[in-house]
Ligand binder design. Structure first.
Ligand code: PGA
Ligand code: ZN
Length: 429
């Protein structure tokens, strides 16, 4: 038992310059930890509620009410509680909030504390955060997860809501599946990223970057983005398909209008079946191993068709579809749609519920990918979540911008200090 003695929070800025929350939890032993909360742009409609003030300050985006909820309501309820009882801490906050989507206190307020308490607990126990998370999972579900260094999914071309260009697919990611180690994978991706930059500038295209650090040039089509990546992989000297695989995040809800998938770049308006065929065509032409949100979050028929068409050969990842919510994931499992889940801690708002979702994914042989948000901070906890829960894949942007690299850099230290933790192998099961 170690008691929480103080909780406080302030408003800080995220990577887009938007307000977000940073919290601090202090223990009786005077050990303390800080957390910072990320924020999405292409959010799923069923995500837990991010409380914003909607007043004049920061164009309505300030989070002072959520900060106040921490400093008054949450703090009062948690002081004196045992830092090692994460489930109790999270349940108390859920009860205090009283809604199913955390609309009262704000998922941003609740997550700030949930994240901070696991960090403080790890410090108090004198273990690494990933080790603490690994033991938390074991305590809760009885299973010892095998820890691994995740394969990075590096988003090197940004489109959709994350960039001011005409590319419809939101993310084009490279995955160093053939690297012998995490650090080697990071090096490969960085070299490919630099090769892409050179190519773009030779073509007279913009090398300005989008929200997740990837380039955001104006291209004619999604295929052109894939061609540029293929060339960059070759220029950097790696084998496309064998050493470097691709993954896409369509974020299809963002371009699904009146029952059609509208691809501005390609000048196409497609039905669900046609869009699934479009994705399957991309798959035939390129070594794509993972497609996220290939269909709109409410187009369940489209999801069924896509899963039927591609589910046996490609990871089909639900992000807006599942919003890290155990109930939404269960519905997907029941309906036989998708085969993989993106995990974003602020979509659900507590670490305990995040673990519940990962446990359900594990029980049903869904792979899980730990993920950042497009609005990030220097908080690198998701790196520890990826290692401690052994998910095997992490999506945290391009090898560029410190809000993205803080996660990769944390993983490099873990690799250095814990050589017994091996780089994950990619498999489609
Ligand atoms: P978001 O984008 O953080 O803006 O929601 C990331 C994603 O869609 O995976
Ligand atoms: Zn997504």
């Amino acid at each position: 038992m170690a008691e929480i003695s103080k909780i406080d929070a302030i408003q800080i800025l995220d990577s887009r310059g938007m307000p977000t929350i940073s919290a601090r939890v202090t223990l009786g032993s005077s050990a303390l930890a800080y957390s910072m909360v990320p924020s999405g742009a292409s959010t799923g409609s069923r995500e837990a509620i991010e409380l914003r003030d909607k007043q004049r300050a920061f164009n309505g985006k300030s989070v002072l009410k959520a900060v106040d909820n921490i400093n008054s309501i949450i703090s009062k309820a948690l002081i004196g509680r045992d830092i090692f009882n994460q489930h109790e801490i999270d349940s108390i906050m859920q009860k205090l909030d009283g809604t199913s989507n955390k609309a009262n206190l704000g998922a941003n307020a609740i997550l700030a504390i949930s994240l901070c308490t696991i960090k403080a607990a790890a410090i108090e126990q004198k273990v690494e955060l990933f080790q603490y998370l690994n033991s938390l999972y074991k305590l809760r579900f009885g299973d010892a997860l095998k820890m691994s260094l995740p394969i990075p999914m590096m988003n090197i071309i940004n489109g959709g809501e994350h960039a001011n260009n005409n590319i419809d697919i939101q993310e084009f990611m490279i995955m160093p599946i053939g690297a012998a180690s995490f650090s080697e994978g990071v090096m490969w991706c960085s070299e490919i990223y630099q090769a892409l930059k050179l190519q773009l500038s030779q073509l007279g295209l913009s090398t300005a970057v989008g929200d997740e650090g990837g380039f955001a040039p104006n291209l004619r089509s999604n295929k052109e983005a894939l061609e540029l990546i293929e060339k960059s992989v070759a220029v950097a000297g790696y084998k496309f398909g064998e050493e470097i695989a691709l993954s896409l995040d369509c974020a299809a809800s963002e371009f699904f209008k009146d029952g059609k998938y509208l691809l501005k770049g390609d000048n196409l308006s497609l039905t669900s079946h046609e869009f699934a065929d479009y994705l399957n065509d991309l798959y035939q032409g390129y070594p794509i191993v993972s497609i996220e949100d290939g269909m709109d979050e409410n187009d369940r028929e489209g999801w069924k068709f896509l899963t039927h068409l591609m589910g046996s050969k490609c990871n089909l990842v639900g992000d807006d579809l599942f919003v890290t919510n155990v109930k939404e994931l269960q519905k997907g499992i029941d309906d036989n749609i998708a085969n993989s889940i993106l995990v974003k801690i602020n979509q659900i708002g507590t670490i305990s519920e995040t673990l519940d979702t990962i446990a359900l994914a594990n029980q049903n042989k869904f792979s899980a990918i730990m993920s950042h948000r497009s609005g990030e901070t220097e908080d690198s906890s998701i790196a520890d979540l990826a290692v401690g829960l052994g998910v095997g894949q992490i999506k945290t942007g391009a090898p560029c911008r410190s809000d993205r690299n803080s996660k990769y850099n944390r993983l490099l230290w873990i690799e250095h200090d814990f050589p017994e933790i091996k780089y994950a192998k990619f498999n489609l099961d």
